[in-house]
Design a protein around this ligand. Structure first.
Ligand SMILES: Cc1cc2nc3c(=O)[nH]c(=O)nc-3n(C[C@H](O)[C@H](O)[C@H](O)COP(=O)(O)OP(=O)(O)OC[C@H]3O[C@@H](n4cnc5c(N)ncnc54)[C@H](O)[C@@H]3O)c2cc1C
Length: 397
């Protein structure tokens, strides 16, 4: 196993890290405050700097303005961007747009690429991914899908109710999962729907545990008699569940990378505090119970890194199906470690950690969603156990 980065990637990593440290982190509070008033001056200015440095959307193929790094390269760079909760947005690598770009690259027709992917990759518009529905509709179990698309002449008519469409309110278009058949394996299809098409309603942004953070507003949407043409279908009729996996496996890993970056920064901040704060006659860092927390979290981050890189390596070799349980393992490991690292950071900082003078409480509120979004922990465990009990998980044994 070779853990050395190619020189070009190592140099890019250094460049991204320096930009995040010097330009993004000092401005992150300002970006968030401006966003609350729907102003994006600082964000746009930093995006301009990123473009000028040739680092905008580095994950994309060269034809689309990126650097064609592949998913291993994305792992390395997204991790650095993730050190700030607004970092990925500055580089235009944030969810849900990044996963949607990936999906349209793989499954979009030439016309879809021209009309939607080009402006999306250029950062001119944003997008949403509409799969989850309020009960009794699709959530952890996609077979509950209630939104329907019915054939009508040369196109389709979509009716349904979605929520937790991240960024849906501000998006220019949505990728909507709808039922098109009763065959359980080919029940669903994906459609591109213009956000402002007749019959699409943004009901509200659902209030959640964390304050809204840039595009991360959880939209509730209804679709009533929404007409789309045949060209709105992504892939073929009945491809929806397959495309969801195609999108979700790499999208899950890119979440892991960003979360690992935030966990890293959290532990760095802990180091600064515990190596300067005296308690009971010595530094906090000299107390073994504090060292225990550092060791546990550093080890968990390292395990998360290896799991994420290993799964990315599988994807790069075209082992998308085989990678599925490994992506579930990585996602569960990293989502849980992020929550634990933040909780332990609050503990190590005492009252200061609990206060808004430190960022942990705010970050924790967002991090908690990691154990639910893109499939809750339990569903990933089902996937891992099923794979172990049938095919076996013996890739590295
Ligand atoms: C911040 C955030 C952003 C999101 N963004 C998007 C988005 O952009 N687009 C989108 O379509 N969706 C999005 N989601 C929705 C997310 O994908 C769903 O919340 C998730 O799939 C779970 O579905 P549910 O919430 O309906 O939970 P339910 O299906 O109601 O499940 C509730 C709980 O039951 C338990 N459970 C479920 N199944 C099992 C099982 N088999 N075994 C044991 N326990 C089980 C789990 O603990 C689960 O959390 C987002 C969610 C969050 C929190």
């Amino acid at each position: 196993m070779d853990f050395e980065l190619k020189p070009e990637l190592a140099a890019l990593r250094k460049q991204v890290r320096a930009f995040v440290d010097e330009r993004v982190i000092p401005n992150e509070r300002k970006i968030i405050d401006e966003d609350r008033g729907k102003r994006y001056d600082t964000l746009r200015a930093l995006q301009g700097e990123v473009r000028a440095a040739g680092l905008f959307t580095p994950h994309l193929p060269v034809d689309f303005g990126g650097r064609g790094l592949g998913i291993m390269g994305m792992c390395v760079l997204f991790r650095e961007m993730g050190r700030s909760p607004v970092g990925a947005r500055v580089f235009h690598c944030d969810a849900p747009d990044q996963g949607n770009m990936d999906l349209l690259l793989n499954a979009g027709s030439d016309e879809i690429k021209r009309r939607y992917l080009k402006p999306l990759t250029a950062g001119e518009i944003t997008s949403g991914f509409s799969m989850t529905e309020p009960a009794p509709g699709a959530g952890a179990d996609p077979s509950n899908l209630k939104t329907r698309a019915t054939r009508d002449g040369a196109g389709w008519v979509i009716d349904g109710h979605k929520w937790f469409t991240t960024g849906g309110g501000d998006a220019a278009f949505l990728i909507v999962m709808a039922r098109t058949s009763e065959d359980p394996k080919r029940a669903a299809s994906m459609f591109i729907v213009d956000r402002h098409a007749a019959g699409v309603k943004h009901v509200r942004d659902v209030g959640v545990m964390g304050e809204p953070l840039l595009a991360h507003r959880e939209a509730e949407m209804t679709f009533t008699g929404v007409r789309v043409g045949e060209e709105a279908l992504l892939g073929k009729e009945g491809d929806g569940l397959r495309l969801a996996q195609l999108r979700l496996v790499p999208a899950r890993l890119t979440h892991c990378m960003r979360w690992l970056g935030l966990a890293d920064r959290t532990l760095d901040l802990c180091k600064q505090y515990i190596t300067t704060r005296l308690s009971f006659g010595k530094l906090l860092a000299q107390h073994q119970l504090v060292q225990h927390m550092i060791a546990e979290n550093a080890s968990a981050i390292h395990a998360g890194n290896l799991m994420t890189f290993h799964c990315a390596w599988m994807l790069e070799r075209g082992l998308g199906k085989e990678a599925r349980p490994y992506s579930s393992m990585a996602k569960n490991q990293v989502a849980r470690l992020l929550c634990k690292t933040l909780d332990d950071a609050i503990q190590m900082h005492g009252a200061l950690g609990y206060s808004d003078d430190m960022p942990f409480a705010g970050w924790y509120k967002h991090a908690r969603a990691a154990r639910i979004a893109d499939g809750p922990d339990e569903v990933h465990e089902v996937v891992i156990a099923r794979e172990f009990l049938t095919a076996g998980l013996n890739l590295l044994v």
